[in-house]
Design a protein around this ligand. Structure first.
Ligand code: ZN
Length: 288
């Protein structure tokens, strides 16, 4: 695989707050350069970043050209204030604030919009999420406004009902997508939406002693089952490692993710992921 469709240049695979501190005053260009160099050396020619509030992914996008890397960035992820995303994104608490963030993303030259529509998994309690998902009508309004400006939408979303609502809202990719029912997998497969399951932050953490291995294994097993089911139904599935998340290192996340995906999809993994990743490149193409 020559791509990673879900990375965080701002994060370092270890301590998120220390990682962000290194860029807080301004993006640390030396650090970004050395990471891009390592990606190029690993043969990776396409990266899609989830964005950050400090301009790190935008700086990386500019520099990536020097390394022959096609780099897509949403500038920053957008979250609703009080919900998941405050550590890395920009928040809104009203429709007008959301529209102002879309204006800012346009000014910043974002390639697409990244939305935080739900919480993250609790790695110590199976099936639990860190907060409530946004209500379906809000998801719909967010996606509609982004699409009206010509942006594709990359959606962070977990939980069966939340993924279904995100699909109904017309998001262009589902990131993570844990805890989907078979019914929701079917709807995903029937849609044009691409799923990026991000196995690495779950499976790479097994045995590290930070979270419950039992919970990590259960989350991973369900993700495997759903990935195989989605692939058998013709869903678009992309390779994205969530690189920068804890225990997912630059640039080896893509190789980790391919290994995990191969465990789920067998020898068909490369073919499935090739199709899904091509779809990501096409949908999330640079706007300028
Ligand atoms: Zn991520």
């Amino acid at each position: 695989m020559h791509c990673d469709c879900h990375i965080h240049m701002v994060l370092d695979g270890d301590d998120w707050s220390a990682a962000i501190a290194a860029h807080r005053a301004s993006p640390n260009l030396e650090l970004i350069r050395s990471r891009l160099e390592s990606y190029a050396a690993a043969g990776i020619s396409y990266l899609r970043d989830g964005g950050d509030a400090w301009g790190v992914s935008l700086a990386a996008r500019e520099m990536a050209r020097d390394y022959g890397i096609d780099y897509a960035s949403p500038a920053f992820p957008i979250y609703r204030k009080g919900r998941y995303g405050a550590f890395i994104g920009l928040g809104y608490s009203s429709e007008s604030e959301y529209l102002a963030l879309l204006d800012r993303a346009e000014r910043d030259g974002a390639d697409f919009i990244k939305l935080m529509l739900s919480g993250i998994m609790d790695f110590d309690s199976y099936g639990e999420l860190s907060c409530e998902p946004l209500p379906p009508d809000e998801m719909e309004a967010l996606v509609r406004a982004a699409h009206a400006r010509g942006f594709a939408v990359m959606a962070h979303v977990n939980g069966d009902g939340a993924v279904r609502a995100a699909l109904d809202a017309g998001v262009d990719s589902i990131e993570h997508g844990n805890f989907m029912s078979a019914d929701t997998v079917r709807r995903l497969a029937d849609s044009d939406c691409v799923w990026t399951p991000t196995f690495s932050p779950v499976l790479n953490a097994i045995g590290a002693g930070r979270f419950s291995d039992d919970v990590l294994r259960r989350i991973g097993a369900q993700l495997m089952e759903n990935t195989a089911l989605a692939a058998s139904q013709g869903a678009y599935i992309a390779l994205g490692s969530d690189c920068g998340a804890w225990r997912v290192e630059h640039p080896t996340g893509a190789a980790d993710e391919l290994r995990h995906m191969s465990a789920a999809l067998g020898s068909g993994a490369e073919l499935v992921l090739g199709l899904g990743s091509a779809r990501i490149k096409e949908k999330f193409r640079r706007r300028s």
